[in-house]
Design a binder for this molecule. Sequence first.
Ligand SMILES: [Fe+2]
Length: 386
Amino acid sequence: MPFYHKLGKIPPKRHTQFRKPDGSLYSEQLFGTVGFDGMYSNIYHEHRPTQVKEIKKQYSVAPKIAKSNNLHSLRLKGFDVKPEKDYLDSRKTVLTNSDCSIILAAPQKSLKDYFYKNTDADELIFIHKGGGKLRTFLGNLDFKYGDYLLVPRGIIYQIDFDTEDNRLFIVESHRPIYTPKRYRNWFGQLLEHSPYCERDIRKPQELETHDEKGEFLVKVKKRDEIFEMVYATHPFDVVGYDGYNFPYAFSIHDFEPITGRIHQPPPVHQTFETDAMVVCSFVPRLYDYHPDSIPAPYNHSNIDSDEVLYYVDGDFMSRNDIEAGQITLHPAGIPHGPHPGAAERSIGKTETEELAVMVDTFKPLQVTEDGLKLSDGTYYQSWLEE
Ligand SMILES: [Fe+2]
């Protein structure tokens, strides 16, 4: 996150002696991105964070591709994804390309038996159902319905869920996920026209420090494989850190919509970006107020991006028969737009309660076997007149 955060105990000067009550040194770790040019944090551990006892297993979790080249508009029934006990097993990649993956998950159990780390992708976890606590080695974040949890690559974490009824929409991105640059000034501060500001971003507040030796299983994801690594010290042994690289939470309910006299284009909904995709939030808002305005969107050609919409809640005014938990994929190359009757139906409406998350990827998405299983097969014909 492009602002400074400090948690726990740190010495007054970096890279200097920082000693425990018994006189021994804490172990400093620089946790940085983009070589030494990007955001970083300086972390102080009870033990050296390098103590790997064993790498037990290495196995593929690469999604199986069903359609590598897709020109069908698809509707995926996301709530048909079966709940599973284990957090990692529950994550089903439904769409993927070399930059990012779209994952649906319905985990029933908290992640407590092992720790998890994604080494080469940032994870944006949208909480559709459920609540609990994201526990990381850089502090904890409480979460609930509507939260985006941004977990930068390399963060070791566990998740506590309050109940077994959880639904997650996850974007795994090999490119770093940032807030949109056009909403930041040259110091990184969010500008006045940004739909959210620093006060809306929740930083880790509670640091768990476990000074323990033993055997600690960390499942580490790298290049679509899981490495089961056994660490000799507890991964949550940080006594303090400061810097810019840490997990954070932002609620979609804190996104302030930008509206206008006539239909505003999707970039006004933009919430996050990488150099390979954007993530937008469609939130309850007043409709366009020109006397002749048509609130439903116009037909549009996403000529050079695939468009994924994940429907969260409310009525989706431009769509017939779309339900919460469903994904629509409108691939690059063909236009899409309101369903028959939706444009007329929208005229005179003053507001919408719709809540949705959109991901536009600049490279085409492949459809996985898990994704195709959720498809109704007929959505691409849904624009035909009756
Ligand atoms: Fe669209």
